[in-house]
Design a protein around this ligand. Structure first.
Ligand SMILES: NC(=O)c1ccc[n+]([C@@H]2O[C@H](COP(=O)([O-])OP(=O)(O)OC[C@H]3O[C@@H](n4cnc5c(N)ncnc54)[C@H](OP(=O)(O)O)[C@@H]3O)[C@@H](O)[C@H]2O)c1
Length: 240
């Protein structure tokens, strides 16, 4: 039997929406993030096992993957950990860039590396999270644009390397109402102005992103790998 879908960042805005959606479809989920109280609360609510870990701690990340794959297989892995760093180039520091790379890229690569055998033993599928800022240039997004472009490169490289057993895809959201984006859209006026920059004239909701991730993780997307799917109200591909 297939094991669970491991959601790293499973208590966050998008990770939690994905966990709830999968649980509602009777697809077993294993949650991982740092805060054990939030993990226990959500795990209890949706009937998911969980492991507390910091993805920046390589040994803890390996233990979390091992814990999730206790039965030897994983049906999937979603890496819903990441950052949005807004700063002009003149204010960017090396450590800030290194931290963003570690959180968004290294953590994802090591999570998949640790899960590779269990994913290949099941009907494994991986979903990583990029950003609309990887494919489109925005002011003040040098850090995010750089690390999320790396996530997209990682997606394609891993999709090639892990085929045909494991599929690897990426979802690229626009600004989405989650705790991560809360400070950026705290003012209703700003939120409205950003919403207007989208052909579909609104901001993203966590479940918009989770819905696409859930499909990519499942058998309906069984012939899809190496893709970056924009969930961005058209912002990444259309003139507003
Ligand atoms: N929201 C947006 O507007 C937006 C736009 C573009 C791309 N994205 C991308 O979408 C993905 C999900 O974002 P989100 O908005 O759902 O973020 P979020 O609400 O901030 O959730 C982040 C999740 O990751 C966990 N986490 C954070 N740091 C961690 C660490 N060092 N080790 C382990 N877990 C950690 C958090 O829980 P703990 O704090 O308990 O660890 C939480 O469960 C990210 O890759 C983000 O860059 C989001």
């Amino acid at each position: 039997m297939d094991g669970p879908i491991l959601i790293l960042g499973g208590t966050g805005g998008i990770g939690q929406a994905l966990a709830r959606r999968l649980a509602a479809q009777d697809r077993p989920v294993h949650l991982a993030a740092r805060d054990p109280d939030r993990l226990a609360a959500l795990g209890g609510e949706i009937g998911a096992r969980w492991t507390a870990c910091d993805v920046l701690d390589e040994a803890a990340l390996a233990r979390a993957v091992e814990d999730a794959a206790r039965g030897g297989t994983l049906a999937g892995l979603a890496y819903a950990v990441g950052s949005i760093d807004l700063a002009p180039l003149r204010r960017i520091t090396g450590p800030q860039l290194a931290h963003a790379f570690a959180l968004n890229v290294t953590g994802a690569a090591l999570a998949v590396r640790n899960a590779q055998a269990a994913l290949a033993a099941g009907t494994g599928s991986v979903v990583l999270f990029s950003s609309v800022a990887a494919g489109l240039g925005f002011r003040n997004q040098a850090v995010t644009g750089t690390v999320k472009a790396a996530v997209e490169g990682l997606t394609r490289a891993l999709a090639a390397e892990l085929a045909p057993k494991v599929r690897v895809n990426c979802v690229a959201p626009t600004l989405t109402r989650t705790p991560l984006a809360a400070s950026l859209i705290a003012s209703a006026q700003t939120a409205e102005a950003v919403a207007r920059q989208h052909p579909l004239a609104r901001l993203g909701e966590a479940d918009d992103v989770a819905a696409v991730a859930a499909v990519l993780l499942g058998p309906e997307a069984g012939f899809v790998t190496g893709q970056v799917v924009g969930v961005d109200g058209g912002r990444g591909a259309l003139a507003a």
